[in-house]
Write a protein of this length. Structure first.
Length: 145
């Protein structure tokens, strides 16, 4: 099996966030980091050059592929923030509840395990906090440490 391209690194999260441009994206990244830390209680670490991850898990898919990935996280990308929520992707019931939460979140787009947000001013941060908390609990249930 091939190894995942995106792996944990020793880059400092604070250095990465300090270099995010423009300043408005950097301010959003600081707020997201504070929110993820508060809800998860986890210290973040960089995954690859641009993803900030909280917690991690390992599993083996039915195909035999071994996976080592963050439990939750985000990347302050130039166009949109990418928010990574593995719980709704890994668990159908959580995914269905997530749909209800996303209906209340505000302006966003979705992918399989990602929520894309242009800027935090476009969304309800209390709903985002709910999503992070439920996702974290789902991952803890599915992949206990």
């Amino acid at each position: 099996m091939s190894e995942a391209k995106t792996r944990p690194t020793e880059l400092a999260v604070s250095d990465f966030i300090a270099a995010v441009e423009p300043a408005a994206k950097r301010a959003d990244a600081q707020l997201l980091d504070a929110l993820f830390r508060k809800v998860t209680g986890a210290e973040p670490r960089m995954w690859g050059p641009s993803i900030i991850g909280y917690g991690e898990y390992r599993t083996t898919y039915a195909s035999g592929r071994d996976v080592h990935w963050m439990r939750s996280g985000f990347s302050p990308r130039k166009a949109k923030h990418s928010l990574y929520f593995m719980g709704g992707y890994c668990d159908g019931a959580s995914g269905r509840r997530r749909e209800e939460q996303l209906a209340r979140l505000g302006k966003h787009a979705t992918g399989k395990s990602c929520v894309y947000v242009n800027k935090l001013a476009d969304i309800d941060l209390s709903v985002l906090e709910e999503i992070i908390a439920e996702d974290w609990a789902t991952m803890a249930r599915l992949y206990p440490e």
